[in-house]
Design a protein around this ligand. Structure first.
Ligand code: HEC
Ligand code: HEC
Ligand code: HEC
Ligand code: HEC
Length: 175
């Protein structure tokens, strides 16, 4: 019985380690410029253009305003919010877990495609129409109705948390 408990504990710890690293595996964040090369305008069905109108595209910019400075001060954050991982982890892309997987992505772009669809280095030119399965195999996350993707950031760890309702909130950021 004791041994059984021990094995369970080891399994739990192991799966926690795995799940914290499983968001796109070793793939790197390539940045919204790469995605927008194909996903903008009429031909790209306006995906980038629509994203640009959402608050996600402004998430970094928010960290430059007075309210952000006040929040950071209250929380005792030492650096400026735009330099602090405690804010960037949710207001930018690829800063969770002090990520070492940043490639050509820029923090100024805010919450980009790859924050939800996974880091794109492996799937960026290997997904799409007839290559849906290949894309997924290479780390593309499509995430239909999967609110766990959103709740990584939309949770009470946010200093301004206002609650989250997938159905309603998705309508405001769909693209
Ligand atoms: C070389 C062109 C190209 C690039 C670069 C590109 N995509 Fe795509 N992507 C496509 C095409 C073509 C499709 C299929 C048609 C469509 O849904 O618009 C597609 C489909 C998708 C889909 C829907 C998947 C599905 O199977 O329904 C997602 C999500 C996606 N891309 C995300 C991204 C992200 C995120 C990036 C940047 C990391 C990116 N794409 C970069 C061409 C590209
Ligand atoms: C990487 C973190 C992150 C992820 C993942 C994320 N969001 Fe956000 N979201 C933010 C941040 C940060 C803001 C605030 C942006 C601002 O106002 O500067 C925001 C703002 C929003 C807003 C606007 C809220 C308002 O006050 O009007 C909606 C709606 C929203 N997100 C929906 C979603 C949905 C739906 C998903 C999942 C499909 C999602 N978000 C995934 C970080 C994230
Ligand atoms: C806040 C999270 C989030 C961000 C940011 C985001 N997406 Fe998505 N995207 C989703 C989710 C979730 C879906 C699946 C929606 C559904 O079908 O219900 C989706 C669907 C798509 C689709 C498929 C649309 C269709 O109708 O088949 C494409 C293509 C796509 N995203 C590309 C992009 C690109 C390119 C960017 C950046 C410019 C981007 N996404 C930014 C969460 C996000
Ligand atoms: C766990 C993720 C997360 C962290 C960490 C986080 N934020 Fe946010 N932030 C969000 C989300 C999500 C929103 C959208 C509103 C909401 O639900 O909180 C947001 C909204 C905001 C807003 C706009 C609120 C408004 O009403 O205008 C400001 C300002 C802000 N955050 C500043 C900060 C600062 C400064 C830090 C670092 C000290 C920080 N945030 C850390 C997720 C986060």
């Amino acid at each position: 019985m004791k041994k059984f408990k021990y094995i369970t504990l080891v399994l739990i710890i192991f799966s926690l380690i795995l799940s914290s690293k499983s968001f796109g595996g070793d793939n790197k964040f390539v940045g919204v410029k790469i995605c927008s090369a194909c996903h903008r305008g009429e031909k790209g069905k306006m995906v980038y253009d629509n994203w640009l109108k959402t608050k996600h595209a402004q998430a970094y910019k928010t960290l430059e305003n007075e309210k952000s400075k006040e929040i950071a001060e209250k929380k005792g954050v030492k650096n400026s919010p735009t330099e602090s991982n405690e804010c960037l982890k949710c207001h930018s892309t690829g800063y969770f877990e002090n990520d070492q997987r940043l490639a050509s992505s820029k923090k100024e772009d805010g919450v980009t495609c790859e924050a939800c669809h996974g880091p794109g280095s492996a799937y960026k030119s290997a997904h799409g129409k007839d290559k849906k399965d290949e894309g997924i195999k290479k780390g593309l996350i499509i995430g239909k109705d999967d609110e766990t993707i959103c709740k990584k950031c939309h949770n009470s760890e946010s200093p301004t948390f206002v609650g989250f309702n997938y159905k309603k909130d998705w309508e405001k950021v769909k693209h």
